[in-house]
Design a protein around this ligand. Structure first.
Ligand SMILES: Cc1cc2nc3c(=O)[nH]c(=O)nc-3n(C[C@H](O)[C@H](O)[C@H](O)COP(=O)(O)OP(=O)(O)OC[C@H]3O[C@@H](n4cnc5c(N)ncnc54)[C@H](O)[C@@H]3O)c2cc1C
Length: 263
């Protein structure tokens, strides 16, 4: 099958890699001069299965109200007279119930567990070096109430096979001595020893090189301008090519992996 992947961040490149390994003819379109030059240039580098609590959770609505108007809010929501934004906001609120939030967390956790094990296999198979570390990830709390509300999700995660252990302040400092400076402010913490970290830019560019060796065609400096549809199905991609010329590309399948520009 001929497949066009739009975007060469970590998602587009990994998708191209797996499609190519499955025998498909893959072309990746990317507006920059190389892979991983936007979000995948420098994200937090965390491979954190334990970070599965969705933003939409029972405590989110009140927090968001408090954060409104704060430009440094962890979840920045700039209210506009935009029906699409309000519709999205209502859907978000609809997922904040305990039942919905737990269901979403279980899905994220399963996806995260699968992704981490795929990454481990990929690392073993390709030998890509990306400064990866398996030192675990620590979530710490300076508010007793926040800590209390983290206990139930952590319990569910353990039940589902993610070893997110609840630990006290002394254990936090043993794991990370630098935390000693705020030892007295710690209400508690959780620690997931199997969680990892690494350099997403090194990983993505390394995988793009391997994918190119395996036959994936990368077209850099190409801007996706419009998606063509016919009868509700994808019918082509309109692009500005490397030389700025208008082109229409067609394939049997299309993958939109343009990060926050995918909407
Ligand atoms: C500050 C921050 C920290 C984060 N930390 C983590 C973390 O620690 N762990 C984690 O798992 N996730 C983290 N994330 C989530 C992050 O979004 C993903 O990790 C990942 O980098 C996103 O990859 P992506 O391929 O979806 O998007 P991107 O890396 O943004 O790739 C999209 C690509 O599409 C291209 N593109 C866009 N529009 C067009 C167009 N019209 N034509 C052609 N090409 C186009 C862009 O140039 C870009 O290369 C973080 C996100 C942010 C913002």
């Amino acid at each position: 099958m001929k497949v066009i992947v739009m975007g060469a961040g970590v998602i587009g490149v990994a998708t191209a890699w797996y499609l190519s390994r499955a025998g498909h003819e893959v072309t990746v379109l990317e507006r920059n001069a190389g892979a991983a030059r936007e979000t995948s240039f420098g994200n937090g580098g965390q491979i954190s299965v334990s970070h599965a609590e969705p933003w939409a959770n029972p405590s989110a609505p009140l927090k968001m109200l408090k954060w409104l108007g704060r430009e440094d809010a962890p979840l920045l929501f700039r209210l506009r007279a935009d029906p699409a934004q309000w519709a999205w906001g209502l859907k978000f609120l609809g997922q904040c119930g305990k039942k919905q939030s737990t269901r979403n967390m279980v899905q994220l956790l399963n996806l995260g567990t699968y992704s981490r094990s795929s990454l481990q296999q990929l690392r073993g198979a390709t030998g890509i070096a990306y400064d990866h570390l398996t030192r675990g990830i620590l979530h710490y709390y300076t508010s007793a109430r926040e800590f209390e509300s983290a206990l139930e999700p952590a319990r569910i995660m353990r039940e589902l096979g993610c070893e997110r252990q609840v630990i006290d302040a002394d254990e936090v400092v043993r794991i990370e001595p630098a935390m000693g400076a705020i030892r007295s402010q710690l209400a508690g913490a959780t620690y997931t020893s199997a969680d990892e970290s690494g350099d997403v830019h090194k990983f993505t560019t390394g995988l793009a090189r391997k994918a190119a060796e395996h036959g994936v065609r990368f077209r850099y400096g190409v801007r996706v301008q419009r998606l063509r549809t016919l009868g509700g199905a994808m019918a082509g991609v309109e692009i500005a090519s490397e030389s700025g010329m208008y082109e229409v590309l067609t394939a049997d399948a299309y993958v939109l992996a343009m990060g926050s520009f995918s909407t």
